[in-house]
Design a protein around this ligand. Structure first.
Ligand SMILES: *[C@@H]1O[C@H](CO)[C@@H](O)[C@H](O)[C@H]1NC(C)=O
Ligand SMILES: *[C@@H]1O[C@H](CO)[C@@H](O)[C@H](O)[C@H]1NC(C)=O
Ligand SMILES: *[C@@H]1O[C@H](CO)[C@@H](O)[C@H](O)[C@H]1NC(C)=O
Ligand SMILES: *[C@@H]1O[C@H](CO)[C@@H](O)[C@H](O)[C@H]1NC(C)=O
Length: 215
């Protein structure tokens, strides 16, 4: 069912990345599986995105990137400026989940914007090192966005508003256009870590929804 989505994403990923490109919503919904199936699929997609984030961090622990000292310091570092790690969701249920889904779309899109900034800086400055890892993470997050969009669609809502609200400008200038390669790797490492934290929190929200839906 997602073939058109994947086609749109391939198109998107092969487009040159310009700094102010808004996150286009590539998602189209053709038929709607049961809510339980959608929630389960979305949770599975989080695991795939999490794997891509792990792969990015593993690459950055490899030779030529971050030293043990760097990693020690970064393992204890707070998250990147303005990057949300949690969707606020008091009292979340399947009947009141539309606001939660909208906020999830916004925050997943924000993570995509950060990944796109990291990717375009690696491509521009660093002989395309980490291009594979960052591109994979970007596409897994786009697929996750489409899962959330499909869920919103079930409730007659959508993720369309992100088209006008999320672009590279959500990434603060202090952590953009980093010229020093090591500092760029550090930013990208924390980004991988933050994305994993966010996905863990989002998974907990979705487990809540799944449990309530199955009761
Ligand atoms: C992400 O991967 C880590 C292993 O590094 C694992 O502990 C964690 O549960 C995973 N999170 C999700 C959301 O799958
Ligand atoms: C930093 O944390 C990761 C797990 O998130 C671990 O694999 C790695 O060994 C740690 N690095 C250091 C130097 O402690
Ligand atoms: C949570 O939702 C229930 C039922 O919808 C409601 O009775 C309760 O007041 C809500 N609690 C909070 C803290 O919003
Ligand atoms: C969505 O809209 C359709 C038709 O406009 C309606 O039949 C359906 O009940 C709506 N569903 C929800 C969850 O509001």
């Amino acid at each position: 069912m997602y073939s058109s989505v994947i086609a749109a994403m391939i198109l998107l990923c092969s487009m040159p990345l310009s700094d102010a490109r808004a996150i286009n919503n590539p998602c189209q919904v053709q038929d709607i599986p049961s809510l339980t199936k959608q929630l389960t699929d979305t949770i599975e997609q989080m695991a795939l995105a999490n794997t891509s984030a792990n792969d990015l961090m593993s690459a950055l622990r490899g030779p030529g990137f971050l030293t043990e000292d760097d990693q020690n310091q970064l393992n204890a570092t707070e998250n990147l400026q303005d990057l949300p790690l949690l969707v606020e969701a008091d009292n979340l249920t399947v009947t009141n989940m539309v606001d939660f889904l909208h906020e999830s779309c916004r925050i997943v899109s924000t993570h995509i914007a950060y990944v796109q900034v990291a990717l375009s800086e690696q491509v521009a400055n660093d002989g395309r090192l980490l291009e594979t890892e960052l591109s994979h993470l970007e596409s897994k997050l786009f697929e996750l966005l489409c899962n959330v969009h499909a869920l919103a669609h079930t409730k007659n809502a959508s993720c369309a508003t992100i088209e006008s609200t999320v672009d590279a400008s959500v990434v603060p200038s202090a952590i953009r256009n980093i010229q020093d390669a090591t500092l760029r790797y550090m930013r990208n490492y924390i980004l991988g870590k933050d994305t994993k934290i966010f996905l863990g929190n989002l998974k907990a929200n979705f487990m809540t929804l799944l449990n309530k839906n199955e009761k």
